[in-house]
Design a protein around this ligand. Structure first.
Ligand code: ATP
Ligand code: MG
Ligand code: MG
Length: 412
């Protein structure tokens, strides 16, 4: 059998771990760059390809590239200058004599996409310029102009509005809800050192997310955009706690529209892979794009069990390696719920949730527990539980009530 290309992965958290878990049975090698004890490294190291160090360190990224045929990421907060150089000018392959010819290593999704997405303000300006729906937003000045700029945002959007870090945020850690001018001082204290932008407050009725697979030929021409089903995502304090597929109480035509918008959004970026498009559904039925993640995503975890022939992780591998994808991606169950296992106040706060999930047997619901091998910290994502069923999402929600209640309890 022909040797399969080696995928070099920047970042070895739970997304990388689940990517490695999908790669194992397919005989695909992944070389992970992260610290020695990173979760992804527990999952696979068949041929000793991993690199040790920070996925932010240019020298380690080049080392990873030297032993890979293609690079990808599990996190968008990476050095895109190094990735651009590796894709454009190449690296000397591992084991070759110093001074040997360099080999270009493709980066998927493209470093251009990663660079655009890193700055949430520019990301959404890009979508707006292409006629895609986003919330009104404005850049916030730094230093002495910040206060006046915040006042300007209050005048333009009214209160509350959302103040956001342009770069580096996740799980809502760069967000601050500004309810009145009285909040300015605290907002500046918390986020004032970062480049910021402000966004109009969205009174959404639901948050929706759609994973989209983007395939391209070697010349960078778009081949296909394949959206998964729309899911409802539930956030508490800006962190995702649950997802529901299909979304509860959302008419099918709205879910279809969300899939179309998501496909259009991903049609406007570059490279291969799976992407998540986070959206707000407003009262009047309109949809706004919140942000894009250029990688597998929390809202796509349910696909491991609900779309077993093409989970988001397998799709990531297939897309990157340009292997044939099914034209339409459909779940193999009627409904699925994903519950995040988040660290609570105490190190063992989540144990009772894991215990209950492990003990739950139900004719109408299959229960799958995933633990990432991460130490518990408050609000840290340390695992998830997927529930699948063959009846409606409402029936599945009823069957899962004890588990969902416990998820909420741990958060309190
Ligand atoms: P992620 O972990 O998804 O990368 P993030 O840190 O990039 O999150 P956002 O996705 O911008 O943060 O926001 C997190 C959550 O905060 C959203 O899912 C939503 O619940 C809430 N939120 C964000 N922007 C707004 C807004 N303009 N109006 C109301 N709520 C918002
Ligand atoms: Mg984000
Ligand atoms: Mg988000």
């Amino acid at each position: 059998m022909a040797r399969k290309p080696v995928i070099g992965l920047l970042g070895g958290g739970q997304l990388g771990r689940m990517l490695c878990e999908a790669a194992g049975p397919l005989g695909i090698d992944i070389a992970v760059l992260d610290e020695e004890k990173a979760p992804a490294k527990h999952a696979a190291n068949l041929h000793g390809l991993h690199a040790t160090g920070s996925f932010k360190d240019p020298a380690r990224i080049r080392e990873l590239a030297s032993r890979s045929d293609v690079l990808t990421v599990e996190i968008e907060h990476v050095d895109t200058d190094v990735l651009e150089d590796i894709a454009t000018n190449g690296v000397v392959p591992a084991g070759a004599a110093p001074g040997s010819a360099k080999r270009k290593i493709p980066v998927h999704p493209s470093w251009k996409t990663l660079r655009l997405i890193q700055d949430k303000f520019l990301q959404k300006e890009h979508f707006r310029e292409r006629g895609l729906p986003i919330a009104e937003q404005m850049a916030i000045g730094s230093g002495d102009s910040m206060l006046a700029s915040l006042k300007g945002a209050g005048q333009k959007f009214g209160y509350p509005f959302m103040l956001k870090a342009r770069k580096g945020s996740y799980d809502g850690r760069g967000n601050f809800k500004v309810s009145s001018e009285a909040d300015f001082e605290q907002a500046i204290k918390e986020l004032g050192k970062l480049p910021l932008y402000a966004e109009k407050w969205c009174e959404f009725v639901k948050e929706l997310a759609v994973m989209v697979v983007r395939t391209e030929d070697d010349g960078g021409n778009l081949k296909a955009l394949s959206p998964y089903s729309a899911v409802e995502t539930v956030h508490q304090d800006s962190i995702c706690t649950k997802t529901f597929m299909p979304p509860r109480n959302v008419p099918d035509d709205i879910s279809e529209r969300a899939r179309k918008v998501a496909a259009q959004v991903i049609g406007s970026v570059w490279g291969r892979g799976v992407f998540a498009v986070e959206m707000f559904l407003l009262k009047d039925g309109s949809i706004l794009v919140n942000e894009v993640a250029p990688r597998p995503h929390n809202s796509g975890h349910y696909t491991i069990e609900a779309v077993p022939y093409m989970s988001q992780y397998k799709a990531q591998l297939y897309a990157i390696l340009d292997l044939p994808m099914p034209k339409v991606i459909r779940p193999r169950v009627s409904s699925a719920i994903m519950l995040n296992i988040l660290g609570g106040a105490a190190r063992d706060s989540h144990d009772k949730l894991v215990d209950l999930a492990e003990r739950t047997t139900d004719e109408d619901m299959d229960v799958y527990v995933h633990l990432y091998g991460k130490e518990s910290k408050p609000s840290r994502k340390i695992g998830h539980i997927t529930l699948t069923g063959f009846s409606s999402i409402h029936d599945l929600e009823k069957s899962s009530e004890r588990l969902t209640n416990l998820v909420d309890e741990i958060r309190l």
